[in-house]
Design a binder for this molecule. Structure first.
Ligand code: CO8
Length: 259
């Protein structure tokens, strides 16, 4: 399928690379881009050959936020009734396979929020994160106040959101917002390498591991640990567990079938 605001490729078995592609607007998220992203995720969810997604932008910008020009004249009623932002956000949040955000340059406003909805963020040393919506007289609208605070704590989140200052890659790594920082020319290699590793695992184990880490944000420790124990036990129902452990004992590479 051809998209106008995205470039979608399959660089490796099981790995889908999605590039945000509105260079004229630093990949600002408009209704068309969000609609297309939703279509890609729907197709990827239904396609069992897709094991993992890498979401990236350009060297200059992952995404510089929601499209301010598209939003500026909207009324309260139009904002309240148009669902394209929340619909796309829901699709990212509810996507059951891993999504890695590979961030170079600006990840601002909705761009930072989109990166934070992914499962983890690998940043280039040029990455800059921020929630500058206050400069526009608004606030983050697709999870920024909640997710940034969970990632970096109240003090840094308040600082960034109230002053609109950007956080560079080193500070983002120190603060737990990103999992690793790499030189900008290595960003895609590093993200694709991580994706290949994930794609080589049992898809059942990947799905359950993702669900369990997500549960850590939504449940108490006791409930989360109980859920982990149940899912751990349930993995013994699959051939992939037998294969993974037999391969270890036989000193060979496992051949996971996803069943
Ligand atoms: N929207 C639309 N166009 C944009 C955006 C944007 N967010 N960001 C950049 N552009 C456009 C510029 O207007 C410019 O276009 P043109 O050449 O036609 O003038 C082009 O991209 C290049 O940008 P700059 O010339 O500004 O590039 P600089 O390198 O000088 O500056 C910056 C880069 C610092 C990133 C600057 O572009 C900037 O500050 N951008 C806006 C950042 C911002 O405020 N983001 C938050 C937007 S609001 C938001 O994300 C809310 C999300 C929640 C929505 C929830 C709905 C329910």
């Amino acid at each position: 399928m051809a998209y106008q605001t995205l470039i979608v490729e399959t660089p490796d078995t099981g790995v889908t690379l999605v590039r945000l592609n509105r260079p004229e607007a630093l990949n600002a998220l408009n209704s068309q881009l969000l609609g297309e992203l939703g279509q890609v995720l729907d197709a990827a969810a239904a396609d069992e050959t897709v094991r993992v997604i890498v979401l990236t932008g350009s060297e200059k910008a992952f995404a510089a936020g929601a499209d301010i020009k598209e939003m500026s004249d909207k009324s309260y009623a139009q904002m309240m009734t148009s669902d394209f932002f929340t619909a796309a956000a829901r699709k990212v949040e509810q996507f059951r396979k891993p999504i890695i955000a590979a961030v170079s340059g600006y990840a601002l406003g909705g761009g930072c929020e989109l990166a934070m909805m992914c499962d983890f963020i690998i940043a280039s040393d040029t990455a800059k994160f921020g929630q500058p919506e206050i400069n526009l007289g608004v606030a983050p609208g697709i999870g920024g106040t909640q997710r940034l605070t969970r990632f970096v704590g109240k003090s840094k989140a308040m600082d960034m959101i109230l002053t609109a200052r950007m956080m560079d890659a080193a500070e983002a790594e120190r603060s737990g917002l990103v999992s690793r920082v790499v030189p900008k020319d290595k960003l895609l290699d590093e993200a694709l390498d991580a994706a290949r590793k994930i794609a080589g695992h049992s898809p059942l184990a990947v799905l359950m591991n993702k669900e369990l880490v997500e549960a850590a944000y939504e449940t108490t420790l006791t409930t989360g640990v109980a859920l982990e124990r149940r899912l751990f036990h349930s993995l013994f129902a699959f051939d992939d567990q037998k294969e993974g452990m037999a391969a270890f004992v036989d000193k060979r590479k496992p051949d996971f079938k996803g069943r």
